[in-house]
Design a protein around this ligand. Structure first.
Ligand SMILES: [Zn+2]
Length: 186
């Protein structure tokens, strides 16, 4: 089922998500809905707060990025109860967008390399290192779990320049090809 994506300004996007219990009801169904919602919106990642849940779950599908990074081919995964344990000091700056902040793209610095602990879809634990594009997308989605958005990580001057666009999104005044839920609409 395709779910509406919560837009910038909605308070749920500013909450810190919590680890889910291992007997979480209908987890498979939730993950399926998250994948479907992400795909429908042409996204490469989606975090649970973006569909209105305070759960520490994110999904990514990087197959569309295989031209930039061949190791992304077929890379589709859920990260449950995700916790970043280490981040490299070396950073790289790249342009990012976000399904919750439509039509805005800004350059964001991110660590080149991260170490992340998480449970997979079968609730098996993993402790892995990711680099490059995978590390970037994971950090973006992971930020959502901590109530942080990519526009928080851009410089003040750029933020001033996009302020009016952000206000429009907050008011639900935005055109989007996918279902959304604006902060102003209950
Ligand atoms: Zn995002």
């Amino acid at each position: 089922m395709i779910l509406p994506v919560y837009l910038y300004g909605h308070p749920i996007l500013r909450k810190e998500s919590k680890d889910i219990p291992l007997d979480y009801p209908q987890l498979d169904k939730l993950l399926e809905n998250m994948y479907e919602t992400m795909k429908n919106a042409d996204g490469v990642g989606l975090a649970a707060p973006q569909i209105g849940l305070e759960d520490r779950i994110l999904v990514i599908d990087l197959d569309a990025c295989k031209d930039k990074d061949s190791s992304c081919a077929g890379f589709k995964k859920a990260f449950i109860n995700a916790h970043i344990m280490e981040q490299s000091e070396e950073e790289q700056v790249m342009e990012e967008g976000c399904l919750s902040i439509p039509n805005i793209h800004e350059k964001v610095p991110r660590s080149n390399r991260i170490r992340i602990q998480y449970l997979d879809e079968k609730l098996q634990p993993h402790d892995e290192i990711y680099e490059g594009y995978k590390a970037r997308v994971l950090q973006h989605e992971y930020d959502h779990l901590d109530g942080i958005l990519f526009v928080d990580r851009i410089n003040n001057m750029r933020k001033q320049l996009i302020r009016s666009k952000l206000n429009k999104i907050m008011n639900g005044n935005v055109s989007c090809s996918y279902r959304v839920k604006a902060a102003s609409k209950k």
